[in-house]
Design a protein around this ligand. Structure first.
Ligand code: HBI
Ligand code: FE
Length: 291
């Protein structure tokens, strides 16, 4: 199976200075729209009772129904009215500096391509389903929308301090794979989980992964994997707490982290708030490739 690479080191032809491209919604084929519908319907079977209320409210507010690939012009009219955010089309994974610059300006870069039918279950690069179905509904929540702007600004600062790896872990364990504590129990807020039929169930119900209370420096030290289910999920107490910790000055945080080792993906520390000490049964079956 060829791996369509949508990872670019320099702007491919047709890209603007900021790496954006026209979505060209009219160019999507019926097969591409059908792929969106298949993915959407599959997700909606598992997300009731599993996705956090803020995500489900965003999905409804944007009217991201299963009719096909959303037209960003229509999507942005709704999204910008709610939190001032807009989605911009990019060819795929863009360099971190470009990504942070967009987030800091309330623009979410979404790959305009969609996975092929033989990639329904997994692809490593963010396609339009991962980015728009996974990430954009949470941007309707004012607190999370502000968190993402602060994250973008933090990324711009971290780039200058050489602390991108720690900040990428914060993104990974919150924006991509975060779980949220709610009065009804644990719910999914991470885009990487909410856009995956299998991980939506695994993250909440499997005995395999650790589930640990979110703590900023703990998360920033913890390695992650990009090729299989996570071996640890961090549980965020509330979106306002997530925003609060991101509003602080990270310089002292980076200073403390500078002389601390990165933590193994399945580590459990004495100070951890352990909600589940996983048996790592899933990971034992998979080839380890922690980052
Ligand atoms: N580019 N299009 C796109 N989407 C992402 O989610 C993305 C990216 N570039 C960098 C990136 N994410 C990660 O490095 C984050 O951890 C910042
Ligand atoms: Fe993502």
């Amino acid at each position: 199976m060829t791996t369509d690479s949508h990872v670019f080191a320099s702007p491919p032809a047709g890209c603007a200075e900021d790496w954006t491209v026209p979505q060209a919604w009219g160019d999507y084929t019926a097969a591409e729209h059908a792929t969106w519908v298949t993915l959407y319907e599959r997700q909606m079977k598992v997300l009731e009772g599993r996705a956090c209320p803020e995500y489900l409210a965003g999905l409804a507010a944007l009217d991201l129904h299963g009719g096909g690939i959303p037209d960003f012009d229509k999507l942005n009219a709704r999204l910008s009215a709610l939190t001032g955010w807009q989605v911009v089309a990019v060819p795929g994974l863009v360099p971190e500096s470009v990504f942070f610059d967009h987030l800091a300006e309330r623009r979410f870069p979404a790959g305009r391509f969609i996975r092929r039918p033989d990639q329904l279950d997994y692809l490593q690069e963010p396609d339009i389903f991962h980015d728009v179905f996974g990430h954009v509904p949470m941007l309707c929540d004012p607190v999370f929308a502000d968190y993402m702007v602060e994250y973008g600004r933090g990324g711009q600062r971290a780039a200058g301090l050489g602390q991108l790896e720690q900040l990428a872990r914060l993104y990974w364990y919150t924006v991509e794979f975060g779980l949220l504590q709610t009065p009804q129990g644990l719910r999914i807020c991470g885009a990487g989980i909410v856009s995956s039929a299998t991980e939506s169930v695994f993250a909440l119900e499997s005995p395999s992964p650790n589930r640990i209370g979110f703590e900023l420096e703990r998360v920033m030290r913890t390695r992650y994997r990009i090729d299989d289910f996570q071996q640890v999920y961090f549980v965020i107490p509330s979106l306002s707490e997530l925003l609060r910790v991101t509003l602080q000055d990270f310089a002292p945080v980076y200073a403390r982290l500078a002389d601390q080792e990165a933590l193994a993906i399945d580590a459990i520390l004495p100070g951890d708030l352990v909600l589940q000490r996983g048996d790592q049964s899933h990971a034992r079956l998979a080839s380890p490739s922690a980052r």
